[in-house]
Design a protein around this ligand. Structure first.
Ligand SMILES: Cc1cc2nc3c(=O)[nH]c(=O)nc-3n(C[C@H](O)[C@H](O)[C@H](O)COP(=O)(O)O)c2cc1C
Length: 319
């Protein structure tokens, strides 16, 4: 059975990456309104077999099939096949239509020791997990992975496993798990993976400008792109990639866009988060991702702001 993919057939989707602490429902809604990513993902949803609730109530509320007209992919992180299948079934009962499994997160210890990228440490067990999830998934089932645990060539040995298990598409971040976020994503690996598999491959990692994204599509033949930190640094990156906004905006344009971005988040976050302290912490997590050196001073002030009112004042200093 070929599942319906979470993007329009014949297009090369620009997806918003799942980022814990950043791509919450309010952030996704804003980006969907402003720049229409083809596909959005939930932040990772932990599956905890043995816990009183294997998926928390808050995470259950996240599961759905679409958000604001964009297909929503529900991402699960966990380790054992039975637990992940139970998590997948629960997510689907809560409305999930597209499921993704996280095989990239380098912080495995936070997820019970061997989940996320650590799944790549035990490739022999992967096939059973993938087959079980494929059988459980009613809609598309995808894998988001690093190139390997400590060997960037590991992905090539896994491609037949993904194909035989019936995975619908891959999202590749071509760093190793051990590398965490150091060095650069090596998209020469992406190009070789695209050539070596019949599965659509979405390229992810270090896409910070429209020129970089377009070159990546051309050089790798990837089926689409996934933007993570680049979309927090410049929320209009999606529009630039589609040629709807200048590829190289002036400092004044960028500053105005960043002010609007933080104003909107400041307006929307209090409805999602609990109290000023949590709202401020979440806003600062976004500020951390704005790495454009032209705004280093005001961004540093945002990160140090002592309250929401001060945060609001500092937004005005982004010039
Ligand atoms: C703060 C943060 C949180 C992340 N959370 C997730 C997550 O929940 N699930 C996931 O698959 N990847 C997660 N990632 C990885 C991103 O989805 C993406 O693969 C990675 O940042 C590389 O892409 P980029 O260079 O475009 O950011 C996270 C990354 C960051 C920086």
């Amino acid at each position: 059975m070929t599942a319906i993919l979470p993007w329009t057939p014949g297009t090369r989707p620009l997806m918003l990456a799942p980022m814990q602490g950043l791509t919450n429902r309010a952030m996704r809604a804003l980006l969907i309104e402003w720049v229409r990513p083809a596909t959005v993902f939930t932040e990772l949803i932990r599956v905890r077999p043995g816990a009183r609730k294997i998926v928390s109530d808050a995470d259950r509320r996240e599961a759905g099939g679409r958000q604001g007209g964009a297909p929503l992919v529900v991402q699960l992180i966990g380790r054992d096949p039975a637990g992940l299948v139970a998590g997948a079934e629960l997510a689907q009962a809560c409305g999930a239509e597209h499921l993704n499994i996280n095989m990239g997160c380098p912080y495995g210890r936070m997820h019970g020791g061997s989940a996320g990228g650590a799944l790549l440490k035990n490739p022999a067990g992967l096939a059973a997990t993938l087959v079980a999830l494929r059988q459980a998934a009613h809609g598309s089932f995808s894998v988001k992975l690093r190139a390997g645990y400590d060997d960037p060539e590991q992905v090539f040995a896994l491609l037949p496993v993904f194909e035989e298990a019936g995975v619908d598409f891959l999202i590749l971040h071509p760093r190793t798990v051990r590398q965490r976020y150091t060095g650069r994503a090596d998209h020469r690996i992406t190009a070789r993976v695209v050539a070596a598999t019949r599965l659509p491959v979405i390229a992810n990692g270090d896409i910070m400008t429209a020129a970089a994204g377009l070159a990546l599509l051309a050089e790798t033949g990837a089926a689409g792109l996934m933007l993570g930190r680049g979309a927090m640094n410049d929320p209009f990156l999606f529009a630039r990639l589609r040629g709807e906004k200048p590829a190289e905006p002036s400092q004044a344009e960028r500053a105005a866009e960043l002010r609007d971005f933080f104003h909107e988040l400041l307006r929307r976050y209090p409805a999602l988060f609990c109290g000023d302290e949590q709202t401020l912490r979440k806003l600062k997590e976004v500020a951390v991702q704005v790495t454009d050196p032209r705004f280093a001073g005001p961004i540093r002030d945002l990160k140090r702001a002592k309250g929401l009112a001060r945060f609001a004042d500092h937004i005005e200093a982004i010039l």
